[in-house]
Design a binder for this molecule. Sequence first.
Ligand SMILES: [Zn+2]
Length: 322
Amino acid sequence: MQTHTLFTRKSPLGASRKLIRQTFTAHQGKPVQRVSFVSGLHGDEFEGLFLCHRLIEALRDWRERRPEIFRGEVHIYPAANPPALNSATRLWPFYAADMNRMMGTQTGQSVPAQTSRELFEDLKKHSDWVVDIHASNLHLKELPQVRIIEEFSGTLLSPAMQTNTDLVWVHPMAGLFESTLGYNLNRLDIPTLVIETGICLRLEQAYVDRLFHGMIHLLHHLKVLGEIPEEIPPTQPPRLVYPKQVGQACAGHSGLFVSQVKLGDRVRKGEVLGKILNPVEGQILEEVISPGEGLLFTLREQPAAYSGAPLARIALDAEPEP
Ligand SMILES: [Zn+2]
């Protein structure tokens, strides 16, 4: 394994913050393909960091014991936003800047803007494929899933099906994606899979386990690994959903959301998913009803909800009737 320091920045009090890339080269000659993994763009998301640890540990071991299986090159950027990870905040501290909204054609001169640019250029230079790993925000917990913007689904679908996630969700483009890493790399024909899993500030080890197996299958699918080591189990193909197959339940009232289902449950149409309470008056304001039958893949973890807040998403077994 080769360790590259992309750059070092000093904090105002002198501590060094480094952005590191770990590289595993092909065993012989030119790599058939180069795949990069990025995690920690948001500093309160730790599942990707743990997934990168699992990848580095396994690849280092196989590179020593079975170098011949390395036909391509793997780059891992485990901690893409070091200052935010050090303070466990989503945004780059001091600037309150979101690194995943500073990619592409951004020209700012702040330290986070420069860092985003340098990371983006390094990825462009070293990658044929990229996997960008995120955890969810503070409010919603997610089953492991790949999110794909419709216009890129032609290239991304088949590798996404290797990732051992529960779901591949193909959705339309929206303005907020314009400055993300995934959108900008895909636009430059560097196919990039964006993974969402779990919830920020936590580690769901079982999800990371599954994703780890999925990433090894993905590396094999992309011909970077000539074979899948025997300790990696087979994977299950995810369920593929398009926008009409995603049902959402939102809060009709502001109140305390108390769920009575678990993430990953199969739910029926009309089933009660939880209640919205007015705890001060001791009232039940609302029963939250499932909009359809299917797999519960998003569930609100943060109980305080304003009216209109998303509470649950369901991958519907059937498209709703028009
Ligand atoms: Zn994120």
